[in-house]
Ligand binder design. Structure first.
Ligand SMILES: [Cu+2]
Length: 182
């Protein structure tokens, strides 16, 4: 296999490169950070979520990412997490199930959506968040962000739910974290 010279600087730069010859062509693939799409080693996972009344969607996972640096992103309740300059790898996450493996550090960022749906309880200030045994009682203010970080240490399914009566279907404002042994 002949590697064209023009590829060599890229090979050296990225460090981890797969070169495969197929059909007479040459393909390479490189990445700056370890690939963790099917991580079997514990890592720091970030989940970005929204919370609104069930009639308008309930809890929803918007996206997920592996953090590829030690420090967590800066965060405040008004602007949420700041990922600019933060080494991370996005992955597609949706629905309501938070996935993790034993040993993972998990950070949730949840934005409280103030619904215009008349089903929302009048004067509602916030949704709640509880997930035994990791989160006792979190508060997700409407229009602001809530964040919590914990380390998962056992496999299983851990339900989470809203703790503040927010609509007639409040009791359905639930989801699960599913932790596998890795
Ligand atoms: Cu709620």
């Amino acid at each position: 296999m002949q590697v064209p010279k023009r590829h060599l600087p890229i090979v050296g730069l990225l460090g981890l490169v797969l070169i495969a010859a197929a059909g007479g062509g040459i393909y390479y693939y490189g990445y700056l950070h370890p690939p963790c799409t099917n991580c079997s080693v514990p890592s720091h996972r970030l989940y970005f979520m929204t919370a609104t009344i069930v009639e308008a969607g309930g809890f929803q996972i918007v996206n997920g990412a592996y953090l590829n640096q030690t420090d967590a992103p800066s965060f405040n309740a008004t602007s949420g997490p700041n990922l600019s300059g933060v080494k991370h790898q996005n992955y597609t996450a949706s629905g309501t199930t938070i996935n993790a493996i034993v040993g993972d550090k998990v950070t949730l960022y949840i934005f409280g959506v103030n619904s215009t749906d008349p089903a929302q309880v009048l004067q509602l200030q916030a949704h709640g968040f509880s997930m035994t045994p990791y989160v006792a009682s979190g508060v997700i203010p409407l229009g602001k962000w809530y964040s919590v970080t914990f380390i998962v240490n056992q496999a299983g399914t851990f339900p989470y739910f809203c703790t503040i009566t927010c609509s007639a279907k409040h009791y359905l404002m639930v989801g699960n974290m599913v932790v596998s042994s890795g």
